[in-house]
Design a protein around this ligand. Structure first.
Ligand SMILES: Nc1nc2c(ncn2[C@@H]2O[C@H](COP(=O)(O)OP(=O)(O)OP(=O)(O)O)[C@@H](O)[C@H]2O)c(=O)[nH]1
Length: 350
């Protein structure tokens, strides 16, 4: 189980594992919070038919575990020749619920392999402040990957802090999720840990039901209940200047933006993957596939956001002018990173 807060680097790590898995065959189940399956799109290219996408909503609140179980069963069939299945949870999922679902699997070829939590070292303090329950997620983990160490000066402090909350786990430092895949295969939880987890899980679950009362679902205390997501799709290209104005002035609660942008005549050869995580913003130009429909597809996730107003602002970025104006891409290109590492900038004041 691969978990971690919004934008911490789960998909990046999964892609790294898929490319560096050596002789092991890895299957992936990707759970997106938003209605457009951006994460699955980012992974699917690498995997083909051993990727499964469970979109739109947190897997931890699936009414019954049978959908997950049927995918697990499919990927675990001997003819799929898969050794390890990685389930990438949405950035707002409750890991203990997911683990419970895997433990409940009725297929004897499915054995729970452990919980990997990815931490964004640059956002760690701010995320803990907003969501103290993150500490509990760390205490459940079998392996914690402290990612994005290139973005902090005090990596040692963050590592120490993580270690103090993740007493059962191996804690590994990383940039761009580049960990030795062997860690993944070595982080199996002991019997005792699994037992302990099941107990905690039942306890939490009971609490959730009480809080929600009869009318509500049993996930009242879950992280994702405080978040909204907005999906935006446009066949009309976006104007790069207007999009940059939108991103430069994005509200503080809008923590995560991800997806692909079509800038039309401003760059006909590439689509632009875009990622915002807190104040972090990057664009990644990728050549369009010839067959691919030219679409902009974005998912915005935040707490206390006015989705209707944001949708309107994005609508206003649409631009069907046939020609690009000079230097129109400059604002975007400031946030393009070179192939080896980050060169983009933080948005001042964001
Ligand atoms: N500087 C830096 N950026 C990173 C690192 N790892 C990932 N990123 C970037 O962080 C952004 C988010 O990474 P993802 O892998 O999509 O994060 P995620 O956890 O899958 O995101 P959600 O599924 O939305 O929760 C992307 O722009 C990544 O390129 C890192 O070590 N350093």
């Amino acid at each position: 189980m691969l978990a971690g807060f919004l934008g911490s680097g789960k998909t990046t790590l999964l892609n790294h594992l898929l490319h560096r898995s050596g002789g092991s065959r890895i299957g992936a189940i990707v759970n997106d919070f938003g209605a457009i399956e951006i994460d699955a799109m980012a992974v699917a290219g690498a995997l083909g038919d051993s990727t499964v996408s469970l979109g739109n909503g947190c897997l931890c609140c699936a009414v019954d575990a049978s959908e997950l179980d049927s995918y697990l069963e499919r990927l675990a069939r001997p003819d799929a020749r898969i050794d390890v299945i990685v389930i990438e949870a949405s950035g707002l999922a409750e890991p203990q619920e997911l683990v419970r679902m895997v433990l409940a699997s009725e297929h004897d070829r499915v054995v729970y392999g452990g919980l990997v939590e990815v931490v964004d070292a640059a956002e760690f303090d701010a995320t803990r402040e907003k969501h103290p329950e993150i500490d509990r997620h760390l205490s459940l983990a079998d392996l914690v990957v402290v990612n994005k160490l290139d973005r902090v000066d005090d990596g040692e402090r963050v590592l120490r802090l993580v270690r103090s909350h993740a007493e059962h786990a191996a804690v590994v430092p990383a940039t761009y999720g580049r960990i030795d895949p062997e860690f993944l295969f070595d982080c199996r939880p002991g019997e005792e840990r699994v037992g302990q987890l099941s107990f905690d899980d039942l306890h939490d679950h009971a609490e959730g039901i009480e809080e929600a009362g009869e009318a509500g679902p049993a996930h009242a205390g879950h992280l994702h209940t405080a978040y909204d997501s907005l999906s935006f799709v446009s066949e009309v290209p976006l104007n790069p200047r207007r999009l940059m104005e939108f991103l430069d002035s994005r509200p503080e609660g809008l923590y995560r933006v991800k997806g692909y942008v079509d800038f039309g005549p401003h760059d006909r050869g590439n689509r632009y993957a875009v990622h915002a995580v807190g104040a972090f913003l990057r664009f990644y130009p990728e050549p369009w596939d010839r067959e691919e429909p030219r679409l902009t597809q974005l998912v915005l996730i935040g707490s206390g956001i006015d989705s209707a107003a944001l949708a309107k602002e994005l609508e206003a970025c649409r631009d069907d002018a046939p020609h690009a104006d000079e230097h129109s891409m400059w604002g975007v290109l400031r946030y393009v990173q070179d192939s080896d590492g980050p060169t983009g900038e933080e948005i001042p004041g964001a």
